[in-house]
Design a protein around this ligand. Structure first.
Ligand code: FAD
Length: 456
């Protein structure tokens, strides 16, 4: 058998490390260069826990690499949203009918650790503490710098840029050939804070562990996701500028404390290190990256955030990046694919999907910070849940298609629009959705909407 071509991956985040595992297992020689230190040496970023919601697409990709079980063992199940509105008891809005439809909160560090272990076991070589500075595409050479400041060059045959939103591979590709890049910044930014674990090892969580907590405040919001050690990562999403409150108006910790005292007093009481954390943690930028072209012929390709960074409001950026890695591995391993057009084929299949999730993630922001308290939204949500129960072949809420199935994102978006129009029509018919004639609504839905079907 001829030996498989060597693959060089820049970035050992979720996309890069998963791709390394899948390709090394199939027999490709794989080298991964990663700027950060080896995760085996402990968490970076000052030991902070930063977590991500893992959903079905990401889980499926992890299953293909045999790491899902190890990852889930360190994750916390989130059964639904727990919405905190002043003057009302907080309530759990379950994602699905039971624990088969749940999200998993996993620490970034833990995920990196499990994925890099699996990739190394499969035979991939990792070079941690190596930052890519530039790529010479003429000579097929990488220019790297080590953590100690040493410069070196390394040859490559096929290059994958999995180095995140600020991708150095993308910058080098652009210098060679325009990729049609456009970045649309969001006027909102974020800051991560922490609710520490309690002292009692039997009950370390200060608030309900098994939910994704949201404090919606219309033009801004705070969320909290549980960590395996009993702490919570709290993220404040706030406009950068404009009418207060915004990140400019709360630049001083005293102003931030006043905002939290007023708007999130329950949360503030749980964050003893609030002032220090607020002053020390950076404000993160958010936005959507659009790229017309993800590849340079058969020489280099971008995946994950490097190709299509999105806003985090659908909790799909990592899930989508893991799905990218799986799809690229399948394309590379498909013996019927033409080697010269592999990367073009990957982009052709994948880009309509990532464009769709980029749009849905932006739409979901309004829903999370604003609509979850809106009576009309809640009525729609209730009717949608009922229709999904009585006519499951014909109706599935879009959030569920995106989060708990692997139906293509573009299909979920198009089908979601169709269903939304139909819900509007039904709500006009039934003034009180609670009292709607469900049997009639189900029958009408079966006539109106074709059975759910993934496009072939
Ligand atoms: P990254 O995770 O960015 O990994 C890139 C890797 O490349 C890093 O390890 C980096 O150190 C390395 N690197 C960068 N430059 C170089 C270089 N020059 N040389 C060598 N190495 C380099 N997604 C979800 O699915 N669920 C969530 O709940 C969720 N929550 C989020 C919350 C926030 C606040 C944000 C900002 C994002 C969130 N996301 C979430 C999105 C998710 O973080 C990203 O989509 C995901 O991390 C992308 O994975 P990646 O492997 O493409 O890139």
């Amino acid at each position: 058998m001829p030996s498989l071509p060597a693959i060089t991956i820049i970035g050992a985040g979720p996309a890069g490390a998963l791709l390394a595992t899948l390709l090394a297992r199939a027999g490709h020689p794989v080298d991964v260069f990663e700027r950060r230190p080896d995760p085996e040496l402990g968490p970076g970023e000052g030991g902070r826990s930063i977590n991500l919601a893992l959903a079905e697409r990401g889980l499926h990709a992890l299953r293909q690499a045999g790491v899902a079980e190890a990852v889930l063992a360190k994750a916390v199940m989130m059964r639904g949203r727990i919405v905190h509105v002043p003057g009302q008891p907080s309530q759990l809005l379950r994602y699905g009918p039971d624990d088969r439809e749940v999200l998993w909160s996993i620490g970034r560090h833990q995920l990196s650790l499990e994925l890099s272990r699996a990739a190394r076991l499969a035979g991939a070589s990792f070079h941690f503490g190596h930052s890519l500075e530039d790529v010479d595409f003429e000579r097929s050479q990488l220019q790297l710098r080590t953590g100690e400041g040493h410069r070196m060059t390394r040859p490559f045959a096929r290059l994958v840029g999995a180095d995140g939103a600020g991708s150095a591979v993308r910058a080098a590709m652009q210098a060679r050939h325009p990729l049609g890049e456009r970045f649309e910044p969001l006027d909102h930014a974020y800051k991560e804070l922490e609710i520490p674990a309690g002292r009692d090892p039997a009950a370390p969580f200060a608030i309900e562990a098994h939910g994704l907590h949201i404090w919606p405040r219309q033009s801004y919001m705070t969320i909290a996701l549980p960590n395996h050690d009993g702490s919570f990562t709290v993220t404040l999403f706030l406009p950068q500028h404009g009418p207060a409150p915004n990140f400019d108006s709360v630049a001083a910790p005293s102003a931030a404390r006043a905002l939290f005292g007023e708007e999130f007093p329950d949360l503030l009481a749980l964050m003893p290190e609030f002032d220090t954390d607020f002053a020390a943690h950076p404000v993160g930028r958010l936005g959507t990256l659009y790229l017309q072209q993800w590849h340079l012929g058969a020489q280099a390709v971008l995946i994950g955030d490097a190709a299509h960074a999105i806003v985090p409001f659908h909790g799909q950026g990592m899930n989508c990046s893991l799905e990218d890695a799986l799809e690229l591995a399948e394309t590379l391993l498909d013996p019927t694919e033409e080697p010269g057009t592999l990367f073009a084929r990957f982009q052709q299949r994948r880009k309509p999907q990532t464009d769709a999730i980029a749009a849905m993630a932006l739409e979901n922001y309004i829903e999370m910070r604003d609509s979850v308290t809106d009576p009309e939204f809640l009525a729609r949500r209730q009717l949608a849940a009922e229709l999904a129960r009585v006519a499951p072949q014909h109706f599935m809420p879009r959030y569920r298609m995106v989060t708990f199935t692997r139906l293509p994102y573009a299909y979920a978006m198009q089908r979601g629009r169709q269903q939304d129009q139909w819900l509007g029509e039904l709500l006009r018919r039934y003034a009180d959705p609670g009292g709607a004639d469900l049997a009639a609504a189900a029958a009408a839905t079966r006539l109106q909407l074709a059975p759910l079907q993934p496009p072939s």
